[in-house]
Design a protein around this ligand. Structure first.
Ligand code: 5RP
Length: 224
């Protein structure tokens, strides 16, 4: 996967550092922790690495993207794959959160492993700065939809039929080509004026879709 924007271009950085320090406080020796992706998770991982070093404790991480795997290697944090271990807890950021605690995630294109971690963890924390709260889900962000490259046109049509106002193909920043995810798939961005409770399931039923960035009805604690 290509480099995300978030290493160099972090919005609301002070809030994200504060949230990172909060999450680092929860880390205990021996914990197996799911690591999210994106700039908030990045700041949190730096704080966790600092604590590990200062207190000489050991943890294992289950990263949600290749870039976070590489970051763990750089910071000398041992990693495991989803399914190899049982997660004690998982933390991640989000792109949007509404009053029902429904989320849009995955603008960093890591939604597939993010959802696996969230589903398999005993306890989840979602770290959101104030810019993430919305009155209506989909107000500021599209729903990311990861799909087979050869099914892009069919998936686009199905998303429009479901009610999407527009659907864009995520482009690579490095080349003028489509962005390829860690799973070798394409990423579509579907803009909706209204998101219904069953859309997460309905989108995943479209032929060729791996998963989508709606997290509806998941169990997590919000840190703000
Ligand atoms: C990545 C994600 C991120 O959690 C989400 O995009 C929020 O990013 P940031 O912390 O940079 O605001 O879902 O796939």
């Amino acid at each position: 996967m290509e480099e995300f924007d978030w290493k160099n271009n972090i919005t609301n950085k002070e809030e994200k550092i504060r949230l990172g320090k909060e999450i680092a406080k929860k880390v205990k020796d021996g914990d197996i922790i799911g690591f999210g992706s994106g700039s908030t998770s990045y700041m949190a991982i730096l704080e966790i690495a600092k604590k590990i070093k200062e207190q000489n404790i050991k943890i294992k991480a289950v990263p949600t993207s290749k870039i976070i795997e590489d970051l763990c290697e750089e910071l000398k944090i041992e990693t495991c794959k989803i399914g190899e271990v049982e997660l004690d807890w998982y933390f991640d950021g989000a792109d949007e959160i509404d009053k029902n605690k429904w989320l849009i995630k995955g603008m960093g294109a890591a939604l597939y492993r993010e959802k696996l971690n969230m589903k398999s963890s005993n306890k989840n924390y979602i770290l959101v700065d104030n810019s993430k709260f919305v009155e209506r889900l989909g107000k500021n962000h599209p729903v990311p939809v990861e799909c087979d490259i050869d099914k892009i046109e069919n998936v686009k049509e199905a998303l429009i039929n479901l009610g999407a106002r527009s659907v864009e193909i995520k482009k690579s920043k490095l080349k003028d080509d489509i962005f390829i995810t860690d799973n070798g798939k394409a990423m579509l961005h579907a803009w909706f004026d209204k998101i219904e409770e069953d859309y997460e399931k309905k989108i995943n039923e479209i032929d060729g879709v791996l998963d989508n960035g709606l997290f509806i009805g998941y169990d997590f604690e919000v840190l703000n």
